[in-house]
Design a protein around this ligand. Sequence first.
Ligand code: NAP
Length: 360
Amino acid sequence: MAKSPETEHPNKVFGWAARDKSGLLSPFHFSRRDNGENDVTVKILYCGVCHTDLHTIKNDWGYSFYPVVPGHEIVGIATKVGKNVTKFKEGDRVGVGVITGSCQSCESCDQDLENYCPEMAFTYNAIGSDGTKNYGGYSENIVVDQRFVLRFPEGLPSDSGAPLLCAGITVYSPMKYYNMTEAGKHLGVAGLGGLGHVAVKIGKAFGLKVTVISSSPDKEDEAINRLGADSFLVTTDPRKMKAAIGTMDFIIDTVSAVHALYPLLGLLKVNGKLITLGLPDKPLELPIFPLVLGRKMVGGSDVGGMKETQEMLDFCAKHNITADIELIKMDEINSAMERLAKSDVRYRFVIDVANSLSPP
Ligand code: NAP
């Protein structure tokens, strides 16, 4: 008979899980493997709440397998390290992001692109290298192979730094890969949420001119005066959208819901690039005429490899980039998810795991 989540491994752990597509999270007892020779055990201090957590608990993409303990923006303290672990010692502050496994021998892994390895394992809602299910950061601790653990730079706060482990790398990686870092170029950021607001800050640190493209007129003041964007476009204002046609070199699209790409493609200059990062539950329509007539391109990008994630953390520490967060207790997570679904968060919920997660 298959073992229960609570008994399949030696170490009992407590967290919060969704049991079905209602997405409702509640206390959950499970277990984690012993710390292996290459592993680091992390006592979790903080965990960010990504829209991917919401998509997954609601089974938006159709492949959630319950129970799901979400959470892939994890900052904590290494409490145990295996004998082959060279990068970390007990007591170090560390981070764990979206991926916790890959084959470590394919072409992608050899190029530090573990995120594109065919055997890449997500931190939760996935099967790990030992054949058992991965549970994420809405929990007391996590055991991770050292390759997938990040050094958390001194100077980066643990709470507002946590979202960089997903939101940060997801916007940083395409900016580097698609050559979107030349100072003075014009970046549009569509969707001002968790990913979007970090994209504004990283874009400004590269010296770009940044315009937020948003469906929420009430975010204008904050976008400019708090986050440092140069200008703000409301997608529902046809006059302003028309005036901005052909003005942007590239756009990072972080919108989480189905939306029209046509107006975004129109904002690009000739040779402009639209990089889509959001993962709506249904396909988007791709208009071909603006691509062909303006030699424009549409690309995608999935988080980033471990080496680049470390580079991004160091970059953010150097430039004092953190997320704007609302710190919540574990038992506030269900109302936080309801607010996240309505884009009602400025701009990332972070769970104060160490101070609010306790078994009932
Ligand atoms: P988020 O904080 O909820 O932000 C998404 C933003 O999209 C909202 O703040 C809102 O911005 C806009 N939006 C939402 N619903 C909309 C609608 N119906 N019409 C138009 N705009 C809408 O989410 P997030 O955590 O930044 O994640 C964004 C997306 O990226 C999610 O789909 C997530 O799964 C995906 N993601 C992808 C990767 C990757 O590797 N590619 C990694 C992490 C997350 P405005 O109010 O400004 O319009």
